[in-house]
Design a protein around this ligand. Structure first.
Ligand SMILES: Nc1nc2c(ncn2[C@@H]2O[C@H](COP(=O)(O)OP(=O)(O)O[C@H]3O[C@H](CO)[C@@H](O)[C@H](O)[C@@H]3O)[C@@H](O)[C@H]2O)c(=O)[nH]1
Length: 386
C-alpha cells in the first residue's frame, strides 16, 4: 500500500505525536508498504521518506507549545506532495490543528484516515477549532482515537465517534535494556525517575518537587533522576535543600532512556492533565520499572485502575510522597512483572496491524470525495487560497 502520513507538529521539537508517526512509518515499511511523511521542520538523521513542508511557528496550546505550519505556500507544497505521492490512503494526525494536516484534509483526493491524539477541555477546543475546520471532517473516511480520553474529546466536541487504537512503542529495546550501576538503586538508596519536558507545567515537575522533601525524610538515600529537555525551574528550591537527592540528566538519547528506565526502582508520572494516553508509562512498564502516576483518566486507563502501577491523587504532592515511600519500601514485583507483560499489547507489531486494518476498510468503502466542492460551497472561495 502507498501511505502518506501527515504530522501537524514540527520535528524540530520532538514530542509524542511525532514519535508515533515516525515509529509507525518504520513498522509499515518493515512490512513492505511504501510510506512518505509530510511535516513541518526537519531533524538530523531524518529518513529518506521524510518530507519537510517548511518552517513552523510556535503556538501556545493545551499547556504546551505546538510548532505548526500554515499558509498559502504550505498549501501549495502539500498539494504537490499529494500529487507526487499517488497514495492509496492519506493518514492525517490531528487534522483539526491549523497546520499542514488541514491542508491535506482539504486537498486529498484519496481515502483519508485521521488519528486524534488530543485530550482537551471544552474551552481550549473551542479556541482551537474554528467553524472553518469542522465541515472538512466530512472528508474523513475512518477515524482513530489513541485512547478513550481522545475518543471522548472527539465525541463531545465534534459529535463523531472513532475506533480506539493506542499509541505504540517498540517494546524490545526496553525489555532487553540492561540496568546501569550509575542509575540503579538499592534498598537504602533507591532511584526514582522523571522523564519529560521539564518546563511544561502539565508534566507536573512542580508536584514532584513538592513531594521530594517528604520522601527524603523517610528514605534519606533516595535519588531522583530527572531527565528531559528544558529548565528545571520547579526544582530550584528543593535542589538547594536536598542537593544530594536530585540529579539533572538533561535530554537523553533513546538508548539512554531505555537504560535509565530499566535501572529505576520507580518511574514517576506526576502529570496534571492534558495527556491523551501516556506513552512514557508504557515505556517504563516495558523496561520493568514500577510506575507511580497521577490518577488522570489517561493514566488510570493505561495502569488498569491501579492493577499495573500505583496511582496518587492528581496534583497532591503529599499523597505522591506517601505512595512513593510505600512503593519504595514494599515493591510489588508481581505487579511490575504483569505490567511488563501487558506492555506488549502496545508493541508496534500489534498496533500497526490494527491501523492497517483501518486503512483497508477506508480504501475499500470510501466514495471518492469531489475535491474542492465542500470548501467552495462553504466559503465561496476557490481551492488553493489557503
Ligand atoms: N530520548 C528521549 N525521549 C524523550 C525525552 N523526553 C520525552 N521523551 C519521549 O517523548 C515521547 C513523548 O512523551 P511526552 O513528552 O510525555 O508526550 P507528549 O509529547 O506530550 O505526547 C502527547 O501525545 C502522546 C501521543 O499521542 C501521548 O501519549 C501523550 O500522553 C501526550 O498526550 C515519549 O516517547 C518520551 O519517552 C528525552 O529527554 N529523551
Amino acid at each position: 500500500m502507498k501511505i502518506g502520513l501527515v504530522c501537524p507538529y514540527s520535528f524540530e521539537a520532538p514530542g509524542g505525536v511525532q514519535a508515533h508517526i515516525l515509529d509507525l512509518s518504520q513498522q509499515l515499511i518493515s512490512k513492505g508498504h511504501s510510506v512518505s511523511i509530510l511535516a513541518p521542520g526537519s531533524f538530523e538523521d531524518a529518513p529518506e521518506w521524510f518530507v519537510s513542508v517548511g518552517e513552523a511557528v510556535p503556538v501556545r496550546f493545551n499547556g504546551s507549545v505546538a510548532r505548526l505550519s500554515f499558509g498559502p505556500h504550505i498549501g501549495v507544497r502539500t498539494r504537490a506532495w499529494l500529487e507526487d505521492g499517488h497514495f492509496d490512503v492519506v493518514h492525517i494526525h490531528e487534522p483539526g490543528s491549523p497546520s499542514v494536516g488541514l491542508h491535506a484534509l482539504m486537498n486529498a483526493e484519496v481515502p483519508i484516515v485521521a488519528t486524534f491524539h488530543a485530550a482537551l477541555d471544552r474551552s481550549l477546543l473551542r479556541k482551537a477549532t474554528s467553524g472553518l475546520v469542522q465541515p472538512f471532517f466530512e472528508r474523513i473516511s475512518a477515524r482513530i482515537a489513541v485512547s478513550e480520553e481522545a475518543r471522548r474529546t472527539l465525541m463531545e466536541h465534534h459529535d463523531v465517534d472513532a475506533v480506539v487504537i493506542p499509541n505504540g512503542i517498540f517494546c524490545r529495546p526496553f525489555v532487553t535494556a540492561q540496568a546501569s550501576p550509575q542509575w540503579g538503586g538499592s534498598a537504602e538508596a533507591p532511584t526514582v525517575v522523571f522523564l519529560g519536558r521539564l518546563d511544561e507545567p502539565r508534566k507536573g515537575l512542580e508536584v514532584l518537587a513538592g513531594a521530594i522533601g517528604d520522601v527524603v525524610d523517610h528514605i534519606p538515600g533516595v535519588r531522583f533522576l530527572i531527565a528531559g529537555r528544558g529548565e528545571a525551574q520547579a526544582l530550584a528550591a528543593v535542589r538547594d535543600q536536598y542537593p544530594q537527592a536530585i540529579e539533572l540528566l538533561g535530554e537523553i538519547s533513546d538508548a539512554e532512556k531505555a537504560t535509565l528506565l530499566s535501572s529505576a526502582d520507580v518511574y514517576v508520572a506526576p502529570h496534571t492533565g492534558g495527556e491523551s494516553f501516556g506513552i512514557v508509562l508504557v515505556e517504563a512498564m516495558a523496561a520493568g520499572a514500577a510506575v507511580v502516576a497521577s490518577d488522570i483518566p489517561a493514566f488510570s486507563a493505561v495502569l488498569n485502575d491501579g492493577r499495573l502501577g500505583r496511582l496518587f491523587r492528581t496534583a497532591d504532592s503529599s499523597h505522591l510522597a506517601q505512595v512513593l515511600v510505600d512503593e519504595l519500601r514494599n515493591p510489588n514485583e508481581e505487579r511490575t512483572r504483569l505490567a511488563q507483560e501487558e506492555s506488549w499489547r502496545y508493541d508496534w507489531s500489534t498496533v500497526a496491524e490494527q491501523i492497517l486494518a483501518v486503512y483497508q476498510v477506508a480504501t475499500r468503502t470510501t466514495e471518492p470525495v469531489e475535491t474542492g466542492t465542500l470548501w467552495e460551497r462553504l466559503s465561496g472561495r476557490q481551492r488553493g487560497h489557503l
